[in-house]
Design a protein around this ligand. Sequence first.
Ligand code: NAD
Length: 504
Amino acid sequence: MATSTRRGSRTPTPLAYRSYLPRCPSCRRGPPTERAVPVTNPTPSAPTFTVEDPATLEVIETVPDNGIEEAAAAVDRADAAFTGWSRTSPRHRSDVLRRAFELMLRDRDELAALIARENGKSLADSAAEVVYAAEFFRWFSEEAVRPGGDYGQAPAGGSRTLVSHRPVGVAALVTPWNFPAAMATRKIAPALAAGCTVVLKPAAETPLTALAVARLLIEAGVPDGVVEVVTTTDAPAVVTTWLLDPRVRKVSFTGSTGVGRALLHQAADRVLNASMELGGNAPVVITADADIEAAVAGTMVAKFRNGGQACTAANRIYVHDDVADEFIARFGAEVEKLAVGPAVDGGTIGPLITSAALERITRSVDQAVAEGARISHRAETPDAAGYFYAPTVLTDVNPDAAILRDEIFGPVAPVVLWHDEDELLRQVNDTDYGLAAYVFSGDVAQAMRLGERIEAGMVGINRGIVSDPSAPFGGMKQSGLGREGAREGLREFQETQYLTVDWT
Ligand code: NAD
């Protein structure tokens, strides 16, 4: 959690973040890019804010609290760098991204320790995130040299058409705290591959990982101005500055649907190219002939990866009533075994990100119970200062309960029984969200049929994870616009242009 320490009279701190190096107490070899970039703290008079470990409530670091001037200065630098970077060869950009992939893997343990510290997730989840994040650099290093294009004869003859894809320009990137490395690389990698330069605003809760990634990119050979990171507690000021700046040609946002909708309103004024990765309300469907052991294992991953703080997290578990008793007993037993606690103490489920998140989840479980739900299983929570919430299974959940409509974003698993497939699909699709869904079934045809009828951008069949850099990540309905990863991810940072040539 971030706490602003000083605002008021401000001394602009352009470039401060570039040379500012967070010390990472849990890193064995010091912070990831210590070798590459000298340490310079921000000027003493500059406003700063603190970053807190949500597992211990200790202050980890102090970073610059940038405002409108620094946001505009970052665009100055990104704009100045655009012509040079966009004219580099695709092979050059590919090589730089490949080096960034290798550097991230080199520093995997240090980066994982940093993520665990500022986000609170377990060391295993943090290490998995570093690898997932690095894979975007590798994937887009390979896509960078395949820019695509087309050549054709006009139907009436007489002219030829050449279609090509060019970088959209300076891109504004806004990322959330729940995957502080991967949500940044999933945007930076395709943007750089396309030839764009970027200004990035990480979440105030987790700015240190984004700074570490930016420094790795410098070490990988990214020139000045190509990747600008602006840390701040005043997100609306910084992001509005960017959305109003005519030199910014693209906004790519990952976060809640509410904020995404507000940014789309702002973007509309400039008809700004926008990609939105927003909230989710993922259903898990377990059919009567599912392999229950596999369904339990898959649902544990879908629900508890990142402590349930994932946009793809299972939010509602629909179990066929023939297998409900067995599933709930086995799933509940696994939930009770979860080790909740700080990552450094070996916890596999970390804290929620803020006290506000803890209060929100406590309220929503209390409300579900008041509406008739029953707490069937619960893990132990440690006697620790952090924002821990015990992983909880809710049964007898009313199909209209608020907890099934809202994004839980925490370790709570509401279970609903189903019998009729059409009624199941009505309930599953009765949501404004459409990001991820999961189906566990022993009948491939039924699983595919259900998958095709569920209104979600991504459906995991007999697996509890859908994220993959080579696949188009994104949602239907109010879960977003556009896709990240895959070939589609590159297109989000490109404009299509055609040249028509007279052939007579
Ligand atoms: P959030 O919307 O509160 O914040 C996301 C980012 O937007 C942060 O950097 C924040 O500082 C910034 N922001 C907040 N208010 C703003 C404003 N008024 N103007 C400009 N910027 C603003 O979301 P969060 O709490 O950080 O993340 C959790 C949400 O993100 C969940 O809803 C989750 O589902 C979603 N998410 C979606 C994906 C996806 O790929 N679809 C991935 C991860 C998280």
